[in-house]
Design a protein around this ligand. Sequence first.
Ligand SMILES: C[S@@+](CC[C@H](N)C(=O)[O-])C[C@H]1O[C@@H](n2cnc3c(N)ncnc32)[C@H](O)[C@@H]1O
Length: 190
Amino acid sequence: MHLDNWGLKAKKLGFRSRAVFKLEEILEKTNALKGCKNVLDIGAAPGGWSQLIKYKLKTANVFAIDILDIEPIKGVNFFQKKVEDIDLVKDIFLLKGKINLVISDLAPNLTGISVIDEANIYELNDITLDVAVEYLSKSKGVFIIKTFQNSMLKKLRTKMISIFDDVQTFKPAASKKQSAEIYLYGAFKG
Ligand SMILES: C[S@@+](CC[C@H](N)C(=O)[O-])C[C@H]1O[C@@H](n2cnc3c(N)ncnc32)[C@H](O)[C@@H]1O
């Protein structure tokens, strides 16, 4: 497997994915970890983002879910479940309204047929946004979601603007220029 500089850096530091540097840049620019206690990582496998949160904030309670299983990470409570069934995870359900940061790197399986893929991405993003709003603390809660530049992006961003007090868009340096991926940030300021 070919590893670029970000991939090599991730390997050297013991992170499971190069995606950690994309999240790190957004966390640093937004100061999203300040005062953070409970973090929910949606679509967490293989676990890079959860590793990064634990690395940067040792005291954080990290809850993570994915359809796929992961190798255990010290201090991370992982549940093998799809985001659609998150309410069935009792330990997470008990934290409704108490999560300070929800991060989602979810990506559906692609069919290669853009109209279907864009609809699937939007549907999954929309479910994740609804979950984030239910679980986040309305006092300074932050949501960071990976999505894609396509015909549905505006709809997602507009919905986030109607919910959050502050919405920002990021294309981190570690995200390949030719990749359509893009990151949205939403924060409650209350
Ligand atoms: C790009 S990977 C996440 C990488 C991770 N952030 C990291 O740094 O290691 C996207 C993940 O989304 C998961 N996923 C896709 N659909 C899902 C769903 N409906 N519910 C939960 N996880 C899902 C996939 O299984 C995959 O592991």
